[in-house]
Write a protein that binds this ligand. Sequence first.
Ligand code: GLU
Length: 477
Amino acid sequence: MAAARVRTRFAPSPTGALHFGSVRTALFAWLAARHAGGDFILRIEDTDQERYIPGTEALIIETLNWLGLDFNEGPEVGGPHDPYIQSLRIATYREHADRLVADGNAYWCTCTPARLAQMRDAQRARSEPTRYDRHCLTRQAEVARERASGMAAVVRLRMPDGVSEWDDVVRGHVSFANADIDDQVLLKSDGFPTYHLAVVVDDHLMEISDVIRSDEWIPSTPKHLALYAAFGWDAPRFAHVPAVLGPDHQKLSKRRGARNVLEYGELGYLPSAIVNAIALLGWSSGDEQEVFSPQELCERFTLERVNAAAAVFDPKRLDDLNGIHIRRMSVDDLVEALEFHLPGTSKETRRLLIPMLRERMVTLADATRLCAPLLGEVTVDPGVEFPPKKVDQATAVAMIDVCIEAVEEGGLDDQAALLERIRAVAEGAGVKSRDAFRVLYVAILGTPAGLPVIEAMAFLGKDQSLQRLHQARARLG
Ligand code: GLU
């Protein structure tokens, strides 16, 4: 028999923006599908109305689009299993719940919250695990009458005896004694399914071959396996990926204020660098390579190489990768990408700035700060010493004078000659050229470091450069 087509899905609940942890799950599912030439599906799991935060589906789709994690089927794009939003599929879940009840694999339960609370208290008092005591299972005729008279009721899974086990692609062999597993509510009294019923029905109907999700769902998997068996369906493969921890080694979560991934875009991070950094949270190529384009990741990624240990997000690594991905961009792409961070500049201006910027940006937003002295007036921070440390007044004056002379005489075309003359003055005065150049940096850029100063002068042009040099000369007295 030919192997089934690889179909993976990302099934977020619309309860907030995506952070690195949730995007990591989406990315692994996308990579697994793309690696195998299969399909990646987006499904919105919005059956828990209490946790629903309006507008977050749109945010989720925007995030996936921005990162380039394209989905073959899902909301907006549609597909053969439409709709891909669970709240629009309620009738399907009800039919399936009815089928489970009819086959004796699930049962109605009219226990009130008060009775359930009492039951749990009593179990705790006896130091027993708290779980449903199957009070309703043996009185189904009575439960039917109660339902007919309008009593609220839920459908519970009748967890079978025995053991649940599976070979997890990430975790290896996992097994649970079913006796430890509660009779899960599948359909709530408001007629909505719980996650457990909806996820199994949809993963089956949508022909998902590989369920890739956070390892917090491992304890739920026995319930899901029981449902697959009850319906007579083959279960998919499961890959439970470990948690992503923040630099404080606490799990990244919305509740703990993990940052919305889209905000990284505003901060000047590239989608390709984020994808690269997130891929390395738990996955490694098996060799030394750490820098990958999304295309290379699709080629190299396999779930078998995902580590079962929790991964720690390191912001420094993201910064390093972002700088590398920026340097790999073509000039044309940078001209486009910098538009947001250099507002009001023309394409031509950005094209001239890029050679100076490229090596110096960790994020695209660095361009704003670095280019400010070239795009507006030079402002000297009162905290900046002038002349700078280790440079005496006379040397600073000589430096500025030689620059003025050189620019007036030779212009800015011969940058190498200008550099040589400044070096010679510094050397003659016994000042290290690094210190001497700080005089020029402050004069031209207002800060002792920044863009390469000779190139910056060439960008500003002869008049502007001379004006700044004269201003600086005046400050030196
Ligand atoms: N809706 C679940 C979540 O947001 C999906 C879990 C799964 O992938 O099965 O965590």
